[in-house]
Ligand binder design. Structure first.
Ligand code: FES
Length: 163
């Protein structure tokens, strides 16, 4: 487990403060999603319970409410992740346009199922809900970048470029 005092850094708190400043002061909790994102990014792509507890204290909210947000939204992960996240949308539009084929392809070629990380730690495969890019299905969110109308070959090229 991380050291509480070192990972919830002044830099992270300052970045969270910028989000808090967008809302009236009694609404600190409104910053919970950006706070989770900032902390997750700083912690190698996942959230520990201790970090979520830090967020709860900082935003003056019950820890349970922070866990609820973190578990409800697919972009937060509560387990260690690979260096990259390959998030394949598997909602209806993408499914109709071949997202299952993409997932199966990655499963076979790289030996990971959704939720698993490659043995070399290069990436975690995730199956996610609608990414809001349905018109250009199938869509994949690779770390923070959206890729649309992907074929298995095109996805391979993206994965090949990952460190
Ligand atoms: Fe895949 Fe909406 S269904 S982006």
């Amino acid at each position: 487990e991380r050291d509480k005092s070192t990972l919830f850094t002044p830099e992270i708190r300052a970045a969270i403060d910028k989000h808090i400043a967008k809302y009236p002061s009694e609404w600190r909790q409104s910053a919970v999603m950006p706070a989770l994102t900032l902390v997750q990014d700083a912690n190698g792509g996942w959230l520990t319970q201790a970090l979520m507890d830090d967020i709860a204290v900082y935003l003056d909210m019950p820890p349970m409410s922070v866990y609820e947000v973190a578990t409800f939204y697919g972009m937060y992960d509560l387990e260690p992740q690979g260096r990259h996240k390959v998030c394949v949308c598997n909602s209806i539009s993408c499914m109709l346009q071949g997202s299952e084929e993409l997932i199966e392809h990655v499963e076979h070629k790289y030996g990971v199922k959704p939720g698993e990380t490659t043995a070399d730690g290069r990436f975690t495969l995730k199956e996610v809900e609608c990414l809001g890019a349905c018109r250009d299905a199938p869509a994949v969110l690779l770390d923070k970048t959206y890729h649309e109308k992907l074929s298995p070959d095109a996805l391979d090229k993206l994965i090949d470029d990952l460190e």
